[in-house]
Design a protein around this ligand. Structure first.
Ligand code: UDP
Length: 483
């Protein structure tokens, strides 16, 4: 019957905005292709997810359902409401958060048993989703929210351990087996890797990577033309199945009523656009470090001084850290008189910005980013050159992709992987890097290349484009497996 031929997919994003946002986009994309979607999440996270879905004018939003599992914060000794990585502000909370994630296995399994989806697309940080899928005999697809390049690079480093053959933390080594020569340093690796420590984090990563190697396949928020050599490498060298279906941020743009992505904007979107309308094209630099990275007051002051010194228009997003919300009020983190001096030129957003809306505005001509994959890809889609300022995660690899493979950005010069609170950079470095992407011949060349990638991104998701076709192939395969 026709009813039987409706695919039903469970989407289970990791509890962090950088993972939930692309999954919500994926839900909209898949439902527009006639697939029934259930997003599995926890009570607090369900609020931002359901608001993001509701803000979509998409006819298909009614095909997206939410399934809410209680988050076991009390069971692991976390404060009430600590359900998202952006609440995990002290190192002591991390192992507890991981324990809580693992406790979700049983309720998740019960939900799968009850609703019998045809497929699970779960975040790599739920490695046990493999076992759940195997129990009911359905495929488990993996989503790790990053790109082919960084996955290949980090796996080659993990497997071959080239960092064991350098004499210092700053001596460059070649990343083995990549189609192009890319160097890296030990300092840019996570602590537990560079110090060869076995702890809960290394164990957590190992489990995630093992599940990645044994799951049915991977869904990637990327497009073939952006990193073809590395997409081929992933498939051929690692021998894994993968479907690139991005950029997901583009897939549903025309249907959005309000730019609700992740959280509600901390500013009036209309005012923000009006402000941008008053600026010349490519004259504004947008500065944002994602949903997790966090800087000391000294670093924030240094960024402020760098922005002032370069003299460009800017929009700067300063994250409010959970539990430290008063930061926005006393302004201790800004140089004296800063806001007066930059009046009209600069806008500070305290909290959450409508990032894609801002990036897409023609007045924006550069992006200072921490190289989280979503932000990086959103920068590509907007066709703007980037200043790369990686902090942790796989961001140092993404930086390499932007600056050396795509050549659409310059590094601010960060050397060290530091979990949560980024490495310190001086104002001169900030000023210099921003000037390099905003003016002059080099900037023009980067901008032109960025615009080409932005066009390729649009072609990829258009009918018969590479991402469009890959999604077709994925849907066909899932139907073949299911019916
Ligand atoms: N984002 C946003 N407004 C903000 C900060 C972040 O809309 O003020 C969005 C951004 O557009 C991206 C996501 O949050 O889609 C952040 O993901 P990313 O992978 O860049 O970094 P993470 O937060 O995971 O470090």
């Amino acid at each position: 019957s026709t009813h039987d031929s409706v695919l039903h997919i469970f989407l289970f994003p990791f509890l962090a905005q950088g993972h939930m946002i692309p999954i919500v986009d994926m839900a909209k994309l898949l439902s527009s292709r006639g697939i029934k979607i259930t997003i599995v999440t926890t009570p607090l996270n369900s609020i931002s997810i359901s608001n993001s879905i509701k803000s979509s004018k998409s006819l298909y939003a009614s095909n997206i359902h939410l399934l809410i599992l209680k988050f076991p914060s009390a069971e692991v000794g976390l404060p009430d409401g600590c359900e998202n990585l952006d609440f995990v502000i002290s190192p002591a909370m991390i192992p507890k958060f991981i324990s809580a994630l693992n406790l979700l296995q049983t309720p998740f399994e019960e939900a799968v048993m009850e609703h019998r989806p045809h497929c699970i697309i779960a975040d790599m940080f739920f490695p046990w989703a493999n076992d759940v899928a195997a129990k009911v005999g359905i495929p488990r697809l993996n989503f790790h929210g990053s790109c082919f390049f960084s996955f290949c690079a980090s796996e080659f480093v993990r497997i071959h351990q080239p960092y064991n053959h350098v004499s210092s933390e700053t001596e460059p080594f070649l990343i083995p087996c990549l189609p192009r020569d890319i160097t890296f340093t030990k300092m840019k690796l996570p602590e537990f890797v560079r110090e060869n420590v076995k702890n809960y984090l290394s164990e957590f990563m190992e489990k995630a990577l093992e599940a990645e190697s044994t799951c049915y396949g991977v869904v990637m928020n990327s497009f073939y033309e952006l990193e073809a050599e590395y997409a081929d490498c992933y498939r051929n060298v690692f021998g894994r199945k993968a479907w690139h279906i991005g950029p997901l941020s583009l897939c549903n743009k025309e249907t959005e009523e309000k730019a609700w992505r992740g959280n509600e904007s901390s500013i009036n979107e209309h005012e923000c656009l009006k402000w941008l309308d008053s600026k010349k094209s490519n004259s504004v630099v947008y500065v944002c470090f994602g949903s997790i990275a966090n800087f000391s007051f000294d670093q924030l002051k240094e960024i402020a001084s760098g922005l002032e010194a370069c003299g460009k228009n800017f929009i700067w997003v300063v994250r409010k850290v959970k539990g430290e919300e008063e930061k926005g009020e006393d302004e201790e983190w800004l140089p004296k008189g800063f806001e007066k001096r930059v009046e009209g030129k600069g806008m500070i957003i305290r909290g959450w910005a409508p990032q894609v809306l801002i990036l897409e505005h023609p007045a924006v001509g550069g992006f200072v980013t921490h190289c989280g994959w979503n932000s990086t890809l959103e920068g590509v889609v907007a066709g703007v050159p980037m200043v790369t300022w990686p902090v942790s995660g796989e961001q140092f690899y993404n930086e390499k992709l932007v600056t050396e493979v795509l050549r659409i950005g310059v590094g601010v010069g960060v050397q060290k992987w530091v979990r949560i609170v980024g490495d310190f950079m001086k104002r001169e470095a900030v000023e210099k890097a921003i000037n390099r992407v905003m003016e002059g011949e080099e900037a023009e060349e980067m901008r032109n290349r960025a615009k080409e990638f932005a066009q390729m991104a649009r072609n990829a998701i258009a009918e018969n484009g590479s991402s469009y076709s890959d999604l077709d192939a994925l849907i066909k395969e899932l139907k073949w497996l299911s019916f």
